[in-house]
Design a protein around this ligand. Structure first.
Ligand SMILES: [Zn+2]
Length: 78
């Protein structure tokens, strides 16, 4: 779990119950990710060629990812 709630099974924001997706088995998730990667590659190539692709390391603290996203969006002009 990458962003666990403070109290297990309870949403930090609304206090509602949290439950794992029924299809959240490792094998299912791996396959879903693989399909995503395959489908995204043509888009990544397209935007890379146009020089529009911005890359952000998502393996950081969530607040750091958010700051980088915000910074990148701030560099976009019309
Ligand atoms: Zn909630």
């Amino acid at each position: 779990m990458f962003n666990p709630s403070k109290q297990e099974g309870v949403c930090d924001k609304c206090g509602g119950p949290l439950k794992q997706r029924a299809d959240d088995r490792e094998e299912t998730v791996r396959q879903r990710l693989q399909v995503n990667v395959e489908q995204q590659q043509p888009l990544l190539d397209f935007y890379t060629e146009k020089g529009y692709l911005k890359t952000i390391d998502g393996n950081q603290d969530i607040s750091d990812v958010f700051q980088e996203v915000t910074a990148v969006l701030g560099t976009i002009s019309e």
